[in-house]
Design a protein around this ligand. Structure first.
Ligand code: FAD
Length: 343
């Protein structure tokens, strides 16, 4: 079968407890763009038990077709049955592109599937587009058109690599949560539904889940927050973060931080923004006492408005900031809090 016979952009529609994860909508948004460039359609792969009720939501967020594998084996995520089901779908329907979220589930699933269908996988992508490969013509080497160009940070974020998979299909990528944009839902949109049975064999020695312990946390997910008050090493201590919390309280924000803060044990890892933390896209991002290392800015530069406070006017954070205040944060932050309280 020739590569050109592989058609369509497929998205793994991650759900947990029969609720679609945000990444499913983000991937559909990006898939819609790619499908437009390739003049093809978008298919969501929905796996779980009693999940058919989620089909309309996938349609509203851009799926033209939904392949549903509804089976008690798939109630909770487990590597073997999920990898088996997704690989079976790929072998049956031959998609050109398969996108999976770079979530804990997707990072486990993606490589297992790509190995089963004997194709490559580019992990943790932050940019996906259709283009020529090699990007610049190389004498004596054929330049292939309409390839999926998959871009991701490499070598600890010191370089950005664009990778393609010109000789195999499907082209597979896992995609960082929080980077791609979902479309505005189209109320009442409908998708073609295909019920698919990948044929689970009862003899398979699947992992047995004995108990699920849910982490109870009283902190807001920083990826959902509209306003983030983020602190760096310059804040000086865990106690000083109270100053940032006071500012956040006045403006309805959430505190987050740089990796240096997590490494110092001042704040928990779940609040870390950046390449090895979370990618955020709030309406307003305060960067307070943060220098603006590339590994940090990679996780926040898409914020709508960035306000930096730093005593060093040459700090790289000012290169990505919309507003900058040069000075001592210990003086500026309390004054700002008082001024905003008075508004
Ligand atoms: P610093 O770079 O030390 O900056 C502190 C800033 O505070 C300085 O600019 C200083 O001028 C300012 N300051 C000090 N005192 C005051 C004051 N009183 N008033 C005002 N300003 C003041 N980093 C992340 O954040 N997220 C990641 O996900 C991440 N992943 C990484 C992955 C890899 C593979 C590697 C190698 C590094 C990663 N890093 C990450 C670390 C990153 O390179 C930086 O070391 C880190 O972001 C620095 O944190 P910072 O800006 O808080 O501290």
């Amino acid at each position: 079968m020739g590569l050109e016979e592989y058609k369509g952009v497929y998205v793994f529609a991650q759900q947990v407890d029969n609720e679609l994860s945000g990444i499913a909508f983000e991937l559909l948004g990006k898939a819609k763009e790619l499908a437009k460039d390739l003049n093809t359609d978008v298919t969501a792969m929905l796996l779980g038990s009693d999940v058919k009720g989620l089909v309309d939501q996938l349609a509203e967020y851009g799926a033209d077709k939904v392949i549903v594998v509804d089976d008690p084996e798939l109630k909770n995520y487990r590597t073997e049955p999920y990898a088996h089901a997704v690989a079976s779908i790929i072998n049956e329907y031959k998609p050109e592109i398969v996108l999976v979220g770079a979530t804990a589930i997707g990072r486990d699933l993606g490589p297992r599937v790509s190995a089963r269908v004997a194709t490559g996988l580019t992990a943790d992508c932050t940019v996906l587009e259709i283009g020529d490969f090699p990007i610049n013509p190389i004498p004596g080497k054929e330049q292939k058109h309409n390839q999926l160009l998959m871009t991701r940070p490499a070598f600890g974020g010191n370089t950005i690599a664009t990778i393609a998979c010109p000789d195999n299909r499907p082209q597979m990528a896992t995609v960082r949560p929080g980077v791609m944009q979902k479309i505005d839902p189209i109320a009442g949109a409908k998708a073609e539904v295909i019920e698919y049975n990948p044929g689970f064999t009862p003899n398979n020695k699947y992992v047995e889940i004995l108990d699920i312990v849910k982490e109870v946390s009283d902190t807001v997910d920083i990826m959902e927050a509209k306003i983030l008050v983020s602190g760096g090493r310059g804040v000086g201590s865990a106690e000083n973060f109270k100053m940032l919390q006071d500012l956040a309280d006045v403006i309805g924000g959430t505190v987050s931080c740089s990796r240096a803060v997590v490494d110092n044990g001042w704040m928990p890892k779940e609040l870390q923004v950046g390449q090895t933390g979370k990618t955020v896209r709030p309406n307003v991002y305060f960067a307070i006492g943060i220098s603006g290392a590339i590994q940090h800015t990679a996780g926040m530069e898409e914020s709508d408005i960035i306000i930096a406070i730093n005593k060093d006017e040459t700090a790289p954070i000012f290169d990505v900031a919309d507003y900058g205040i040069v000075g001592d944060l210990n003086k500026i932050v309390p004054k700002l809090t008082e001024a905003l309280k008075a508004v």
